[in-house]
Design a protein around this ligand. Structure first.
Ligand code: ADP
Ligand code: MG
Length: 788
């Protein structure tokens, strides 16, 4: 029995889903697969796991809940533990870098990527009695794949007499991709609608659609606060930078002086938050009686699983590959932009807010109201304590104002909101399907998102939504719905993961909405270039099969990083290189470790103009650091930050050297995780995570460069030969231009590169991306290593 506090009990009784408990549970008991759709805030995420728990689903096995966002996995596990009065060892979470799962865990919240990895080692998910796929309407890549896999796992578990329940939860009623897809579910699963008490929300469009929506959001918020009655304000902008900028501005305008300032915001000491991962893999037996009716060849999948398990239950040994003979697939033409697994809010590519113009002409707006505004930021990279403040009581006499990215759209329900200010924008990372080149762009949201955002204002009473765009723009420029992620992103790590799970024909996989063929082919091609797949010999009978997974490919897929980085790790078992590669890969896998202050435009940095840049130049110039170019700067910066951290000086070091503390701590977590995984899986290696990583010797640096080239072999660029260009202007324009494989237009060496002065003839780059500059766009490459 669960003992809830009366306070919690009262709050629960206000949630619409509570009235439906009986119907929800009856439907789940009677059906293997159920879809639950209910308005955000109706209590799906916090209550359904509790219903299942109380109905006995956690008695012998676990209740698993997946979330596309890390933020939600952590916040919801904590909330449910609190509501149920159970310790975090029983209601726990597991995300890519960390978790608090124990053997006693009964309800486990995790990111969808984590569950997908678990399926690799335990195909039937034998530890779970029920899986809840939350936020399925977001259509994240991993959730889509999980729907496909679970559509097959559920019947298999049924056959074995150990039924597994699947609950798919959505904040919208747009679930036809799940219900009307016969390849996925032959019998459409029942759809339960949770009727939420939604109060009417009045929509106010603007006459015009201003470009500077952040400034407009500020003005609108001032007006609401000055002129309208009580009720919280929720403002939607696109990214962390905008959130912080707006929060600062609003706080300055309506300051709140707390009685005492707390020491809560003290920076964490290094190591404080490096709880290591539970080793999840267990031995499970995957005997199956008769899987013949399964369309995407489950039999083969299971057989393959058994085979590969046999192979992998024994520890793997990393091959010692002679780097001098290692063929560099540099002639192959393609590039890819690999998406990080759990990436949530992409940060700006351009750094530094520009707060200039703060005080112009707005004085008039700040009329009578001197009532303080309690302004809180919300975005996914914010620490969870700070996120949690949105749920805490607002100080006496203040009005709540939360400035958020689209995290607040459906994953977290903020209490007491009556006014929504919607910029109508979101930041998306768009990929070129063929080249994989990505660009961060701010786009209009979909109509569905806009309506979700508006809905946040109608939870407690009638509300208002102020849209910072015109109704014409809404009608003409907003798509009805966002496209599923899987149709937007490059899919190679997914492809490799699926292939290693024994799914040979990814093309036939029952995706809720399949990615397009070009994308699957491009992914297959990139993986072949990387050496993770290899074309089958024509003598093999099964020539119609796609390229086979190589041994290298299997090793690569074991690492929780992009395939190219997995390859770098796989090649590093020599010359004591692993600690360096681990550190390098960790640093390269985390976005924006280094702050690029002052070089946001494509300008050369005047000497002394940017202390960070100078420091990086000097790092890059000393000793064997030159050999690796920009990645070595990163390696050195992270190494030095770790060392500073071990001395308790991390935040100071980050400030003086231009590093993001949050990123440094992510790098550290990933380093720990990679190190553990290598120690666990690789037989002859025992690594530690020494904060004091000595600079590599010359020989090591040379090897590291080769390894880096092997991983980045498809991202080679050659300087545009200036000597052939007659026109002086044109020569100047193309001074830093490079021709990259597969791209028509040249890309420019980014001004932040330490190799900018040298501009070597041949380089590999970590990333190619496009920046918008007025009406035109310009392509840049960064993270440069010279090939000599
Ligand atoms: P849904 O999943 O249907 O969107 P949730 O279960 O997430 O709904 O939320 C139900 C309610 O629980 C909301 O009113 C939300 O504000 C509240 N809630 C969630 N987390 C917390 C928390 N940490 N503290 C207080 N209230 C919370
Ligand atoms: Mg929810």
């Amino acid at each position: 029995p669960v003992h809830r506090s009366s306070e919690v009990q009262e709050a629960r009784l206000r949630l619409p889903i509570l009235a439906e408990e009986q119907e929800v549970m009856e439907t789940i008991n009677e059906n293997p697969i159920v879809i639950v759709a209910g308005e955000t805030g109706s209590g799906k995420t916090t209550q359904l796991p509790q219903f299942l728990y109380e109905a006995g689903y956690a008695q012998h096995k676990m209740i698993g809940v997946t979330e596309p966002r890390r933020v939600a996995a952590i916040a919801m596990s904590k909330r449910v533990a609190h509501e149920m009065n159970l310790p975090e060892s029983e209601v726990s979470y597991l995300i890519r870098f960390e978790g608090n799962v124990t053997p006693a865990t009964r309800i486990k919240f995790m990111t969808d990527g984590v569950l997908l990895k678990e399926i690799e080692t335990d195909f039937l998910l034998s530890k779970y009695s029920v899986i809840i796929l939350d936020e399925a309407h977001e259509r994240s890549v991993y959730t889509d794949i999980l729907v496909g896999l679970l559509s097959r796992i559920v019947p298999l578990r049924h056959k074995r007499g150990q039924p597994l329940k699947l609950v798919i939860m959505s904040a919208t009623l747009r679930v036809t991709d799940f219900t009307e897809n016969e390849r996925l579910f032959k019998v459409p699963p029942p759809l339960l609608k949770v009727e939420a008490r939604q109060f009417p929300v009045t929509i106010h469009f603007q006459k015009r659609t201003p470009d500077d929506y952040v400034a407009e959001a500020y003005r609108k918020t001032l007006k609401i606060h000055n002129q309208l009655p009580e009720g919280g304000i929720l403002v939607f902008v696109t990214g962390q930078q905008e959130v912080n900028q707006l929060v600062r501005k609003l706080r300055r305008t309506f300051p709140y002086h707390p009685p005492t300032s707390s020491a809560k915001d003290r920076p964490k000491k290094a190591g404080e938050d490096t709880k290591t991962l539970q080793a999840a893999a267990t031995d499970s037996d995957v005997e199956v009686e008769d899987p013949k009716e399964l369309e995407f060849d489950m039999k083969r999948t299971i057989r393959n699983m058994r085979k590969s398990k046999k192979k992998f239950l024994a520890q793997i040994t990393l091959p010692k590959i002679n780097l001098d003979d290692y063929k560099l697939p540099g002639d192959d033409t393609e590039a890819d932009m690999h998406e990080q697994q759990d990436e949530e809010e992409p940060e700006e590519l351009m750094l530094e807010d520009d707060d200039a113009g703060d005080d112009d002409g707005e004085a008039g707006l700040i009329s009578g109201n001197r009532r303080p505004l309690w302004v809180l930021p919300l975005y996914s990279l914010l620490s969870s304590e700070k996120q949690n403040r949105i749920f805490q009581p607002v100080p006496e006499g203040c009005r709540l104002c939360v400035v958020s990215t689209n995290v607040a759209e459906t994953s977290l329900t903020i209490p007491h909101i009556k006014y929504v200010v919607d910029s109508g924008r979101q930041k998306t990372r768009l990929y070129d399907k063929l080249t994989g080149v990505s660009a961060f762009v701010v786009t209009y949201t979909s109509k569905a998102s806009a309506d979700q955002r508006a809905g946040r204002a109608g939870r407690i009473s009638a509300g208002h939504c102020y849209r910072l765009y015109s109704s014409a723009v809404y009608n003409d420029c907003f798509e009805a719905f966002a496209q599923p992620d899987i149709q937007m992103k490059p899919v190679e790590d997914l492809m490799l993961q699926m292939r290693c799970m024994g799914i040979d024909r990814v093309v036939h996989f029952p995706f809720p909405s399949p990615p397009d063929q070009t994308q699957l082919q491009a992914a297959e091609h990139r993986l072949t270039v990387l050496g993770a797949l290899e074309v089958r010999k024509s003598s093999e009978k099964t020539t119609d099969l796609p390229p086979a997974v190589t041994r290298l490919g299997q090793v690569i897929s074991r690492f929780p990083v992009a395939p190219r980085f997995g390859k770098m790790l796989a090649l590093s078992n020599q010359q004591q290189l692993l600690p360096y590669t681990v550190c390098l890969v960790a640093a390269l896998s985390v976005q924006e470790v280094l702050i690029e202050t002052g070089v946001q435009r494509d300008e050369d940095v005047a000497p002394g103009a940017n202390r960070f840049h100078q420091k990086r130049q000097s790092w890059a110039a000393s000793g064997n650091y030159q050999l690796l170019g920009d990645p070595m700067v990163l390696l050195r910066a992270v190494g030095a930050a770790e060392y500073a951290g071990s001395q308790g000086r991390l935040s100071e070091f980050c400030t003086t050297n231009g590093l993001r503390p949050k990123a440094v701590s992510e790098v550290r977590k990933l380093r720990v995780q990679l190190t553990n995984e290598i120690n666990l899986n690789v037989s002859d290696v025992e690594l530690g995570v020494d904060p004091e990583l000595k600079p590599p010797t010359d020989a090591q640096a040379r090897f590291l460069r080769q390894i880096l080239l092997a991983g980045m072999g498809d991202r080679v660029a050659r300087k545009v030969p200036l000597a052939d260009i007659a026109d002086k202007e044109e020569r100047r324009r193309l001074k830093y231009a490079y021709n990259c494989a597969d791209m028509e237009e040249p890309a420019f060496l980014h001004a932040s590169s330490v190799l900018r002065q040298k501009a070597p003839e041949w380089v590999v780059y970590q990333e190619a991306y496009e920046l918008q500059n007025g009406d035109s766009t310009k392509m840049f490459i960064r993270g440069i290593t010279a090939i000599e």
